[in-house]
Design a protein around this ligand. Structure first.
Ligand SMILES: [Zn+2]
Length: 395
């Protein structure tokens, strides 16, 4: 991946994978699939008399702990209350808590990749195309069919995002910013946060000039009871930086309802562009559409033919230009000028002539769509366009 480790990898608790990832990808955050762990509760703990209560409390501790300190306290109480101190499975889980407990992982960006969402796994990618009885020959054919189906589906979704409109649910100019920029799927997620603002109110505010600390109270229904939860939101008036304790933006890239309430309280009419991620934009030119695939290699669409010709020409020029620094820089300046003149500046802006390798741009994304069967055949790596863009990979 252009000499860069992936930012994150999600696997089950395979010890072999753990060792390999630690050895090969030194900078990568490796987390365990929460869904796999929670699925094992019945297998590992159903022998206990209080199994139902153990399962319920364990889920509460894992999912509801508000910060790391509270998790440690709650976990300690949970273990002591049910006399589980000798349970090896729970002990080993606690020792590796930073790999699977949500509160330890929320502050890092995972593109919303939730380990509990099976719909994001490779199994769903092949749904309807292969099963356990599929032969190797059938797999190759069905893989092509599946890829073509996904490609056509992607085009339909892109077309809908660019040519139809999901109406705003409020008069907020911020909501309109997201409507203008985001794909339908992501705008729908953002709208949930805008709608949920009505369940939130400012509980307390402490202001120290430019730095404000808000406490936002959110009401929700939990087990048929009304529940009130408090969230701390920090707001820097000078740089318009907002950070919420729930870490929704950090984890998923979606601004949360608590931050939106604070921005409204601060009378902000627009939101800083740093909270509108390009990765969710419907206006990004998706270069992976230019890759020749097995289902369109015989009859290349005109745009792919043009793309291939351009790449070949660029490649020949680049081979000569890269021989010395001055020629490379001159070529880059010309490319930038051309891009600027023809409103293509996005395509070249990430190039840094002073570094040996360019930083990743959307140009490169298309060259890395891959599905890699594992050595065991039971585990596969699936790198989507968006996940690759931020280097987040699920296994
Ligand atoms: Zn929040």
């Amino acid at each position: 991946m252009y000499y860069k480790d992936p930012e994150g990898i999600v696997t089950d608790q395979c010890q072999a994978m753990k060792s390999v990832i630690a050895t090969v990808f030194h900078q990568t955050r490796h987390r365990w699939c929460l869904w796999h762990i929670m699925k094992k509760i019945s297998e590992k703990l159903q022998g206990y008399n209080q199994y139902k209560d153990i399962k319920r409390i364990m889920k509460e501790v894992v999912y509801e702990s508000e910060n790391m300190d509270k998790f440690e306290t709650n976990w300690g109480n949970f273990i002591a209350h049910f006399c589980l101190v000798d349970n090896q499975w729970l002990t080993s889980l606690y020792e590796e808590r930073h790999r699977w407990v949500p509160i330890y992982l929320k502050c890092h960006f995972w593109a919303g990749l939730s380990t509990t969402q099976k719909s994001e796994s490779i199994n769903t990618f092949f749904d309807g195309y292969i099963n356990s009885m599929t032969t190797l020959q059938q797999f190759v054919q069905q893989y092509d069919n599946d890829l073509q189906h996904k490609w056509e589906k992607d085009k339909e979704v892109d077309f809908a995002s660019l040519n139809t409109v999901i109406h705003c649910g409020s008069q907020s100019l911020m909501e309109r910013q997201f409507q203008k920029e985001y794909t339908h799927a992501k705008f729908t997620e953002v709208q949930i946060e805008f709608r949920s603002k009505m369940n939130c109110l400012i509980h307390h505010c402490h202001s120290d000039g430019e730095n404000c600390t808000y406490t936002v109270m959110e009401e929700s229904i939990h087990n048929e009871h009304c529940r009130e939860r408090l969230f701390t939101v920090f707001y820097d008036r000078k740089i318009e930086d907002v950070q919420c304790q729930c870490f929704l933006f950090e984890f998923k890239g979606i601004i949360c309802r608590h931050a939106l309430v604070v921005l409204a309280e601060e009378r902000q009419k627009s939101i800083s562009t740093k909270y509108i991620l390009q990765r969710w934009s419907k206006n990004v030119r998706r270069k992976h559409n230019y890759i020749v695939t097995s289902f369109n290699s015989k009859d290349k669409p005109p745009h792919i033919q043009r793309y291939d010709t351009l790449c070949q020409t660029f490649g020949e020029i680049a081979q000569v230009a890269c021989e010395n620094h001055e020629t490379s820089e001159l070529l880059f300046v010309h490319l930038q000028s051309f891009a600027h003149t023809h409103d293509m500046s996005h395509s070249t802006k990430a190039y840094n002539i002073e570094t040996h390798y360019p930083t990743r741009t959307n140009w490169e994304i298309g060259f890395h769509r891959e599905i890699i069967p594992s050595m065991t055949g039971s585990t596969q790596i699936f790198i989507t366009m968006n996940q690759f863009q931020e280097g987040t990979t699920s296994i």
